[in-house]
Design a protein. Structure first.
Ligand code: FPP
Length: 235
């Protein structure tokens, strides 16, 4: 089924609104959001997708109220601790993209432990964008290039891609955003140059495996030309 789809990026939006609509605190929306992450990972494995990237915490999200940031970080930490064995049994390799310098040490330890425990898993790569901003990622790549005294002739698109957090990962074929917003919000800015987009009205905590499959089927009906005339040819 997923002949032409290797990588799906997901901007999980609407947790807060989902909770507010029910008179619940925002963290209840985030808690339910985590359950949806698990459901979509299972679904992606069944659909033979190679990579999923979840926008779990943007670099701008550090500016949210301290309490909410703490709750999201706790959820993340608990989720990774609890799920490591499941990741391994499902063949899921966990990988983080984002600015590691901004993450509290105890959280980063759990992230890096999970990365290392799942590093040999081959079924699916689950990338979590945490403390992530596309522009920040690009600036960090530029700094690496300068620090390494790279000669200008060496810098082309492939080389630049190899300096990003997503080095070695295929670019997203499809990016899904939930909750009715139609923006990229600093997610995979460089990598989404040729991505298709699927915008859903559903709030992330209500997103289902069925809608995920629908998004994939919708993608497969589209013709991707990458600026050329014929279908399915990459530059
Ligand atoms: C968007 O909803 C969601 C986030 C900013 C955080 C996403 C976090 C999770 C799904 C939980 C973390 C994931 C893991 C695996 C720990 P919002 O709060 O912006 O919703 P709103 O736009 O309705 O306010």
């Amino acid at each position: 089924m997923s002949r032409f789809i290797k990588h799906v990026g997901i901007i999980m939006d609407g947790n807060g609104r989902w909770a507010q609509l029910r008179g619940l605190p925002r963290y209840e929306g985030h808690k339910r959001g985590v359950e949806k992450v698990k459901e979509i990972i299972r679904s992606a494995i069944r659909l033979n997708i190679d990579v999923l990237t979840f926008y779990a915490f943007s670099i701008e999200n550090w500016q949210r109220p301290k309490k909410e940031v703490e709750i999201i970080m706790d959820l993340l930490q608990n989720h990774l601790r609890k799920e490591t064995q499941t990741f391994i049994s499902q063949g899921v390799r966990f990988k983080m993209i984002g600015n590691r310098d901004m993450i509290p040490k105890n959280i980063l330890n759990v992230i890096e432990e999970t990365e290392s425990a799942t590093s040999e898993c081959k079924e699916l790569i689950a990338q979590f964008a945490i403390s992530y901003g596309g522009r920040d990622e690009i600036i960090r790549a530029v700094k690496k290039i300068i620090i390494n005294n790279t000669v200008p002739e060496k810098v082309d698109e492939d080389f630049f891609s190899s300096m990003l957090d997503t080095a070695g990962i295929p670019e997203p074929d499809l990016i899904i955003r939930t909750s009715g917003e139609q923006r990229i919000s600093n997610f995979l800015v460089w990598q989404s140059a040729y991505s298709e987009f699927y915008f859903s009205q559903t709030l992330w905590p209500d997103f289902t495996e069925e809608e995920f499959t629908e998004a994939i089927l919708d993608f497969q009906k589209r013709q991707r030309r990458f600026g050329k005339v014929s279908e399915f040819t990459r530059p």
